[in-house]
Design a protein around this ligand. Structure first.
Ligand code: HPA
Length: 298
């Protein structure tokens, strides 16, 4: 993968975006300089209510999105809006504490800059986390689901428009988009920690609406195991850039119509807080596995 030196004009025009300097190379250089030259091996995106994981980073530097040229700003409660570099289990990681959702008014293209910044930082893999509603009763609030595949009910994606060949090819395969080897690694790690890691298909919706019960029934027929309002645009940009991707949903609620508990943002944050404990242990172990890889390779 070669890294383009010039800007990415179609990331402009988004809420909170300066709009003129959306260059992943510039963003990565700034982040790396602020991190004292450390080279992160793993990128992590923390989803709604899951930002607390960032507090566990050792020797962390935190850069508000507003200070990174071209970065949009995150407007959602539960999303801090900072890019961090620090150590987790002895491995340098780069972390987005807060992500950009289409329902905030960001164009799909706005997702390119932050994800390509991970690529420009040359991370070896990208771990995406999110809060999601479960369509499977056995995967209840507080549980974790490893995403095996997705359904893009957003009906749009960040790669629409002219292709930037410096990042990737025009036509992108999403077969095995969720890296099979990294998924296996997570399953083994979860089993070792005594964490039940469900596996399922993530259905991505535009939001900010929660679904109707009829929609949930339809999505189940179509093959969704969980639904949420993020992640898929990021996966698409990451795969275009050749990044290895793995993603975990923190199940915050049973989807609309499946229980008597009303589905709202507060409920999702409460569910995320329960799931965060196991997720934190699993993410730690996953980061640690990169250190082990290095040791074995040495
Ligand atoms: N639907 C959509 N997005 C979500 C949900 C849900 O039930 N829970 C958390 N994010």
């Amino acid at each position: 993968m070669s890294l383009p030196a010039t800007g990415d004009p179609d990331s402009s025009g988004d809420p909170g975006s300066p709009g003129d300097a959306a260059d992943p190379g510039v963003a990565a250089a700034l982040i790396r300089a602020r991190a004292g030259g450390r080279a992160p091996r793993l990128g992590i995106v923390l989803g709604s209510g899951l930002g607390g994981l960032a507090d566990l980073l050792d020797n962390a530097v935190a850069i508000p999105y507003a200070e990174i040229p071209g970065f949009p700003t995150s407007t959602v409660a539960g999303h801090a809006g900072r890019f961090l570099v620090g150590e987790l289990e002895g491995v340098t990681v780069a972390c987005m504490q807060g992500r950009f959702h289409l329902y905030e008014g960001h164009s799909p293209a706005a997702i390119k800059l932050p994800i390509r910044t991970f690529a420009a930082l040359r991370v070896e893999a990208l771990l995406l986390t999110n809060a999601a509603g479960s369509l499977r009763t056995e995967a209840g609030p507080g549980s974790l689901m490893l995403i095996t595949d997705h359904l893009n009910f957003m009906w749009t994606n960040p790669l629409i428009g002219p292709n930037d060949d410096t990042w990737g090819e025009r036509f992108v395969s999403l077969e095995d988009a969720y890296d099979p080897a990294l998924r296996s690694r997570l399953l083994v790690l979860a089993a070792g920690l005594g964490i039940r890691l469900h596996e399922g298909v993530y259905g991505a919706l535009l939001g900010p609406l929660f679904e109707t019960p009829a929609e949930i029934r339809a999505y189940r027929v179509l093959g969704a195991d969980a639904v949420g309002m993020s992640t898929v645009p990021e996966v698409i940009v990451a795969r275009h850039a050749g990044l290895r991707v793995v993603a975990i949903s923190a199940i915050t609620n049973l989807a609309v119509g499946m229980s008597d508990v009303p589905v709202d943002h507060e409920q999702t944050l409460r569910g995320a807080a329960i799931a965060a404990a196991d997720l934190t242990r699993l993410v730690r172990a996953f980061a640690g596995s990169f250190a082990a890889e290095q040791t074995e390779g040495a």
